[in-house]
Design a protein around this ligand. Structure first.
Ligand code: SME
Length: 166
């Protein structure tokens, strides 16, 4: 059994240190990408307060096999849109730009894709391998401006850890 519940008094920096340590312990030496993404989605959900969705979109072939797009991966939350083209929505923007997207108000983000009407703010961080985007980590919150630059930094460190593990 794994028990990664943080001390409720932990600040964001401490939570991110615990998140990175737990993700490292859970994925170290495990080559199965789906298992690793599933466990990390569960960890994000357990450790980060005030989320309504936490998970992955993977870069995968489109339905015609003609190109690549984001395809839903392991997550915790409500069922979500399955395919997102590069450049579309917050996730597609993160994938295309290979840069984290910290969105304080999703209603103000042009082209935001609403998978859960409860979402008010969002953080999406690309996972890169050899400079190429292979997935994005997507976090949604029902609270406006839930995510801070410290969260973006913490999730970027997580994405770097996962670069060769998913
Ligand atoms: N809001 C995202 C879509 C994914 S869901 O939030 C899970 C976007 O605009 O790309």
């Amino acid at each position: 059994m794994y028990d990664f519940k943080p001390d409720p008094a932990s600040d964001a920096g401490e939570i991110h240190r615990q998140l990175l340590g737990a993700a490292d312990a859970l994925t170290s030496g495990e080559p199965d990408a789906i298992a690793n993404m599933a466990n990390v989605a569960a960890l994000l959900w357990e450790l980060l307060p005030d989320l309504n969705w936490a998970g992955f979109y993977r870069v995968a072939p489109d339905k015609n096999g003609a190109g690549r797009e984001l395809v839903l991966g392991p997550f915790v939350g409500r069922p979500a849109c399955i395919r997102i083209p590069f450049g579309k929505g917050v996730c597609g923007t993160a994938a295309e730009s290979r840069a984290a997207q910290l969105v304080e108000d999703v209603h103000a983000f042009p082209g935001h894709i609403a998978c859960d009407a409860a979402s008010r703010s969002e953080l999406v961080v690309p996972v890169l391998r050899n400079g190429e985007v292979i997935a994005v980590i997507d976090l949604d919150s029902p609270s406006p401006a839930r995510f801070t630059p410290d969260d973006a930094e913490g999730i970027t460190a997580l994405a770097e850890l996962l670069s060769t593990r998913i």
